[in-house]
Ligand binder design. Structure first.
Ligand code: OOG
Ligand code: MG
Length: 262
């Protein structure tokens, strides 16, 4: 660790206030070029602690930057992990208020729900599939608190990996019934297909993203609890949205899920 506790607390408060007020900021590594990975996750942990202290529940986790499309779009090469608070959830077909956000983008994702807890290190695709209850379609709304989505990996980790809102739904399927690699998706904005993909875009097999998350948490003495929801990462590039837009994700054999931006 390169930052002291007071600096971590100050940066966490700053980034969380930007989130809660819908204000952007410059990336924090500009002022703290020496901060390391542990500092970045410590800032994210402090944001989580602030939310829990305020009465929010942590309902799940997310992996990000797990597909080449996303890595190329953001100019980075390593997956990152974040958490999801209860108020990020939007009901299926529901409204997402753009006025609460800065510059939202949407991503088509495969969502996993755990049957049993999963604790790394040593987790692999097999341990993930044994621990997962079902999979379903999900759309993540990301909203980097950094101006123009310009960040490096440490800055985006500290900013809880741009997590903002999500919707899950459609027809959940037991994970044993789905070939997660060939699972096809069509992502539509205002009725027009705007992106296409298959599950293998995510690390060759989307369960690998869940294994990486379990191993990441395990290194820090934490686990993925039973019942947790996990978004495995955008299959395609993120798509910008504004008030008035409507997005729908169609997932092969698993129905569709959508939301409206108001
Ligand atoms: C970081 C979050 C990326 C994903 O699914 O790849 C992410 C960002 O691009 O702002 O959630
Ligand atoms: Mg995402």
């Amino acid at each position: 660790m390169k930052l002291d506790q007071a600096t971590i607390a100050k940066l966490a408060a700053h980034l969380e206030n930007c989130e809660l007020e819908g204000q952007d900021t410059v990336k924090i590594t500009d002022a703290h070029p020496d901060m390391d990975w542990d500092d970045a996750y410590a800032i994210q942990d402090e944001i989580q602690r602030r939310k829990v202290a305020r009465g929010n529940k942590i309902v799940g986790w997310k992996a990000g930057l797990t597909s080449h499309a996303k890595m190329k779009q953001m100019g980075v090469e390593t997956p990152v992990f974040g958490f999801m608070a209860d108020y990020y959830a939007i009901p299926e077909g529901g409204e997402c208020k753009v006025s609460e956000l800065i510059h939202p983008k949407v991503e088509p994702e495969i969502a996993f729900v755990m049957k049993t807890a999963l604790k790394g290190p040593g987790c692999h695709i097999g341990s993930v599939l044994a621990a997962v209850d079902f999979v379903m379609a999900g759309i993540e709304v990301i909203d980097s608190r950094y101006r123009d989505f310009k960040f490096d990996l440490k800055s985006v980790i500290a900013d809880n990996t741009s997590a903002a809102r999500f919707v899950v739904g459609g027809q959940p399927r037991p994970v044993s019934e789905v070939d997660l690699r060939t699972l096809g998706i069509v992502f539509e904005k205002n009725g027009e297909p705007v992106a296409f993909g298959a599950g293998a875009a995510v690390l060759g097999h989307p369960a690998a993203a869940i294994a990486m998350l379990a191993n990441h948490l395990g290194e820090r003495g934490q686990k993925i609890p039973a019942g947790a929801l996990i978004l495995s990462g955008g299959i395609t590039e993120a798509v910008a949205v504004e008030a008035g837009d409507c997005v729908t994700l169609r997932m092969q054999g698993m129905g569709s899920v959508g939301m409206r931006f108001v």
